[in-house]
Design a protein around this ligand. Structure first.
Ligand SMILES: NC(=O)c1ccc[n+]([C@@H]2O[C@H](COP(=O)([O-])OP(=O)(O)OC[C@H]3O[C@@H](n4cnc5c(N)ncnc54)[C@H](OP(=O)(O)O)[C@@H]3O)[C@@H](O)[C@H]2O)c1
Length: 359
């Protein structure tokens, strides 16, 4: 099978490094080019990440000696060298929008981890198991950008990637009406480790800028309908959230309350979670978890440290489903924020776009 040549822009950062590790040994993707800011451009990748390589595993051989390019100045060269790029740059929102559109206009598809384009109505924001049909809007986006091959597709915020999958098989069937969610989010979500953020040791910070807005709005776009070439967000369920930073290295856990128009029983919910499969499972995409939602019967699971790496960090863990006094039910769920919630989710999205012939 033909392998796709892949570029990573923002390759030196925390999410970028995850991409580099996931592309190593990927059956469909070969790393062709790495790019970052002008601070890193011109260095070898190994030099550029010296002292900030986060993985326990060594820097992949395929990346080590590549010369880091400038994500902003070398767009033409990068677009020529790669069949598509993953984007994980940390810049101002309007700069990211301009940069990602410049790649798309250079006829290089962009699979982005950034929030800049998430609410653009002709940019699909995809959790591959939930709303793969949203790729349909890419043709309208290409018309707007004047491109033939180039486009932008994004993944959603990491915070929603545990509870949206858990709600999905229940939502339409029972009329999910209201949800209240408190998230307990790891420090890698801020691009940090305990070494770079020592204030987080033995601490909880009750604020993550912009996170509650994203956690309430983005599920509605994911559940939106494609009408006349754009995504029209869903109007329900009504979602309210509080997002808190906790001293975990990786893994976003959520405490969830939910009410339905037509209340199902608990066994039915657990059965639907267990049976739920999406297009990635049907297509056997290389990064798709075999079992998307795992339900734990143990009272003290899921736990961030124990369960975040389930199925290579791509599965969702759920537990403690029980009745509530104010909502119909409450439960706990967990996903790995830099794998399923960031680089892994984008790699799965890229696999879907390749399998559907868009890349
Ligand atoms: N961490 C997570 O779990 C997570 C989850 C979801 C989404 N995100 C989003 O993903 C993006 C990357 O996050 P991160 O945690 O990986 O950040 P990070 O560790 O700070 O890395 C940022 C990357 O962007 C590059 N960069 C910064 N300014 C640039 C510029 N002017 N031009 C080109 N490249 C530039 C950096 O290059 P240098 O090394 O050369 O400075 C580095 O490669 C952010 O938008 C973040 O909000 C992160």
């Amino acid at each position: 099978m033909k392998k796709y040549k892949v570029g990573v822009i923002g390759a030196t950062g925390m999410v970028g490094q995850r991409y580099i590790s996931l592309i190593e040994n990927h059956p469909w993707f070969d790393l062709a080019v790495v790019a970052a800011s002008n601070r890193s451009a011109g260095k070898t990748y190994e030099e550029a990440v010296r002292g900030r390589w986060i993985s326990q595993l060594a820097i992949p051989q395929t990346a080590k000696n590549l010369t880091v390019m400038s994500a902003q100045s070398d767009i033409g060269v990068i677009a020529d060298a790669a069949d598509f790029v993953f984007s994980a740059v940390d810049m101002k929102k309007d700069e990211i929008k301009t940069l990602e559109e410049a790649y798309a206009k250079a006829e290089c598809p962009v699979v982005s981890n950034n929030s800049a384009h998430r609410l653009s109505d002709d940019v699909p924001m995809i959790i591959p198991e939930i709303n793969p049909e949203h790729i349909e809007v890419i043709s309208s986006q290409q018309k707007r950008l004047g491109t033939k091959r180039g486009f932008i597709a994004v993944k959603s915020n990491c915070s929603i990637q545990s509870y949206v999958p858990a709600f999905h098989p229940l939502k339409d069937r029972f009329g999910l009406d209201r949800a209240l969610i408190c998230t307990y989010q790891a420090i890698s979500g801020a691009g940090k480790t305990f070494a770079s953020w020592p204030d987080m040791v033995d601490n909880v910070i009750p604020y993550i800028g912009g996170e509650e807005e994203k956690s309430e709005l983005e599920p509605l776009k994911v559940w939106g309908k494609v009408i006349d070439g754009v995504i029209v967000p869903a109007v329900s369920p009504s979602i309210t959230t509080q997002c808190v930073r906790v001293p975990a290295s990786d893994g976003h856990l959520a405490a969830v309350f939910m009410s339905f128009k037509s209340k199902p029983d608990m066994d039915e919910i657990i059965r639907l979670w267990h049976e739920f499969k999406g297009l990635p499972q049907e297509l056997s995409l290389p990064s798709a978890p075999k079992q998307f939602i795992h339900y734990f019967q143990e009272q003290d699971r899921p736990q961030t440290k124990l369960d975040r790496m389930l199925e290579n960090g791509m599965a969702i863990s759920v537990g403690r489903l029980r009745p509530d006094t104010q909502y119909d039910y409450k439960f706990i769920c967990l996903s790995h924020n830099t794998l399923r919630g960031a680089a892994g989710g984008s790699v799965l999205l890229a696999e879907l776009l390749c399998a559907q012939g868009l890349i």
